[in-house]
Design a protein around this ligand. Structure first.
Ligand code: ADP
Ligand code: MG
Length: 355
């Protein structure tokens, strides 16, 4: 996929900004607070219908304005799609080729963006929720049905928790709800297991390209019960074991909403033993890996690296740029990016009005 053009109106600090993007490397360089991350945010918004910096769309609207707009032209091979996002204080609408979309999965089919931001360096040290989020987003970009499994699971989980909170728990209803949860959990775990398995080869290819290091990184996934021929029985037993505790604490203590991932380097856990640099490389490689898992060339994701280069030493910067030149389309933001043979985009700083 390629973003050919983007136009922002009253989006954050950009009153009006229009860029034609090229294939390969697009560079947004300049001083702090120019609005570079805001452009990255708009590109990301196109793929998920949400920002990576806020849950409140209203903050995306320029101060003292009523609406923000993002317009973009996206191509997928010969297919050309025009995406329009309008955000107002009352809500937002997203249209693809003039037709409003109702499901976000319809949007993520049209635009696929991989984002890496400085805080991703602590992906492995941070809370499990961030790692599950990464895993879920990556899988859903490859298999749209996964999002449906997830949202159905989350609904049932809510029902189960409400049930556990009720004064007199209906035992039969609890059993039926748990069984439904187990069924959906089985599908989700099978996707997660497969994704992690496929990911490991790619992960090592990426880290070797970036560092020359021949060591082995291994991504590990810890399902609450592994998905195999005995999954149903094992999961039922696992739920039985925790039922008393769940009833006491009035919440579901096991399930796919509590699982985690870890990564090791030469057998040692990165989060506990890895240097900052190893953590950064592992997180970067993991974030880039979905690019290689999507085999259809036209559907390959657009990559956005926000403010990542300054954190790397010169050697790692050079090998990362060399590596990224093979990608269909990449956006890199930073304060000083003097990289040859790229499309350098210019954000003009606002001149102060003279009174
Ligand atoms: N809703 C908004 N309206 C106007 N300006 C905003 C809004 N949200 C953020 N900004 C401004 O955007 C600027 C930050 O942009 P950012 O993209 O983070 O800069 P950069 O990445 O170039 O350092 C800040 O000056 C901030 O005040
Ligand atoms: Mg920034």
């Amino acid at each position: 996929m390629l973003i050919k053009k983007i136009t922002l109106k009253n989006f954050r600090n950009h009153t009006f900004l229009s860029f034609d993007f090229s294939r390969r490397l697009n560079i947004l360089s300049g001083p702090n607070a120019l609005g570079k991350t805001n452009v990255a945010e708009a590109i990301y918004y196109l793929s998920l219908g949400q920002s990576f910096r806020t849950d409140e769309d209203i903050t995306l609207i320029q101060k003292n304005e009523d609406r923000a707009e993002i317009e973009a032209v996206i191509t997928e091979g010969e297919l050309v799609r025009k995406i329009n996002v309008v955000i107002t204080k009352l809500g937002r609408t997203i249209a693809v080729n003039g037709k409003n979309i109702s499901k976000l999965s319809d949007l993520s089919k049209c635009v696929n963006v991989i984002l890496f931001q400085p805080k991703d360096v602590s992906l492995f040290k941070g809370p499990p929720r961030d790692r599950r989020h990464f895993l879920d987003i990556s899988i859903s970009k490859k298999s749209a049905i996964y999002l449906d499994y997830l949202s159905r699971y989350n609904k049932i989980l809510k029902q189960r928790n409400n049930l556990l909170k009720s004064d007199t728990v209906d035992e039969t209803l609890l059993e039926v709800t748990t069984e439904l949860m187990i069924k959906l959990a089985g599908s989700i775990i099978s996707y997660r297991q497969l994704y992690v398995k496929d990911n490991n080869d790619i992960l090592n290819k990426i880290t070797r390209s970036l560092t020359g290091d021949k060591g082995t990184f291994e991504l590990k996934y810890y399902p609450f019960v592994p998905y195999d021929a005995n999954f149903n029985e094992n999961a039922k037993n696992a739920f039985k074991k925790v039922e008393e505790g769940d009833l006491r604490r009035k919440q579901t203590s096991i399930g796919i909403h509590r699982e985690d991932l870890s990564i090791s380097h030469n057998g040692r856990d990165i989060a506990s033993f890895g240097s900052q640099s190893e953590n950064r490389i592992a997180a970067l490689a993991l974030k880039l890996s979905p690019y290689f898992l999507i085999t259809d060339k036209d559907k390959k994701p657009i990559v956005v690296l926000d403010d990542v280069m300054s954190e790397l030493d010169q050697r790692h910067q050079d090998s990362l740029i060399k590596f990224l030149r093979k990608f269909n389309q990449v956006f890199i933001t930073g304060t000083k990016l003097d990289i040859p043979n790229c499309n350098h985009l210019l954000i003009k700083p606002k001149t102060k009005e003279v009174i």
